[in-house]
Design a protein around this ligand. Structure first.
Ligand SMILES: O=c1ccn([C@@H]2O[C@H](COP(=O)(O)O)[C@@H](O)[C@H]2O)c(=O)[nH]1
Length: 269
């Protein structure tokens, strides 16, 4: 999907919500455990109930890898279901990959070609030759970790180097990579006050912003500092939406939560 298509979808739906599909078998409604593939059954119900309220879904691959082959198959069924039924939705594999060049190429093929995701999250730590293989894929997006939502972000990401904090160097240096127009960045909603300075370095780029809902990030603050003239934000909530209820009405309750966020977002679009 191109960035222009994503922006057009945001305008159409008056939403820049990304729903995280982080499926934990201990948290899904009990009646689904009788299904042949409970993870996919859960995802399908959530997607069918919420697709009109969001522009992106973000399965975090950890929640699928944890269940071995069954989990990976459920991830594959989920992305196939999305691409066949809701091709207008932007899909994010939150996998946080990145390795030496030839290995990064294989990660990129896994997520962009085999699974046909629109984007994948990548850690910048190994540098240019670990990121550029992902950027070679046309109309695919590499979402680089810049300033993450967790407390541990302060261990390294905000450390002062000669000129800048480390996360700012990630933003500045990555802009010089080949095909850098295919880059987006992760900035945690819990770090909204950093967004004004971040926008000075990368005014045009899309940001994936996790951390509203369960982690306590504030949507209004993120919008205040992070919006650009194309919206430029995908705000993610996972647990706060998909686990709104553990009862038979779980999908409707998830849609209710998503609707509340979409209502708030519509004022900004
Ligand atoms: O900085 C980051 C990067 C990734 N995440 C991921 O986003 C979701 C957040 O889930 P919630 O349930 O809405 O808290 C999850 O998959 C994280 O691994 C992040 O939170 N922060």
């Amino acid at each position: 999907m191109t960035t222009a298509q994503l922006v057009s979808e945001i305008k159409k739906k008056q939403s820049f919500l990304c729903i995280g599909l982080d499926v934990d078998l201990n948290k899904i409604p009990e009646h689904l455990l009788k299904e042949e593939d409970p993870i996919f059954a859960f995802n399908k119900a959530i997607i069918d109930a919420t697709h009109h309220l969001c522009v992106a879904y973000k399965p975090n691959t950890a929640f699928y890898e944890a269940y071995g082959l069954k989990g990976w198959k459920a991830l594959e069924k989920t992305i196939v279901y999305l691409n066949e039924n809701y091709p207008e939705i932007f899909t994010i594999a939150d996998a946080k990959r990145g390795d030496i060049g030839n290995t990064s190429t294989m990660y990129a093929k896994a997520f962009f070609e085999d699974l046909a995701f629109d984007s994948v999250t990548v850690a910048p730590y190994m540098g240019k030759d670990s990121v550029e293989p992902f950027l070679e894929f046309k109309d695919k997006h590499t979402i680089l970790l810049a300033l993450t939502s967790n407390q541990g972000a302060f261990d390294f990401q905000t450390k002062q180097l000669e000129e800048n904090e480390l996360y700012k160097e990630v933003l500045k240096i990555s802009k010089t990579y080949k095909n850098s127009e295919n880059l987006m960045y992760v900035v945690g909603a819990t770090k909204a006050e950093y967004l004004a300075e971040i926008r000075q370095i990368i005014p045009e780029s899309f940001l994936l912003v996790p951390g509203v809902g369960a982690q306590g990030g504030n949507l209004q603050e993120v919008c205040k500092y992070g919006l650009n003239n194309q919206i430029g934000l995908l705000i993610n909530s996972s647990r706060g939406i998909i686990y709104a209820s553990k009862n038979e009405d779980f999908a409707q309750q998830a849609a209710k939560k998503a609707q509340e966020i979409q209502n708030e977002m519509s004022a900004f679009v």
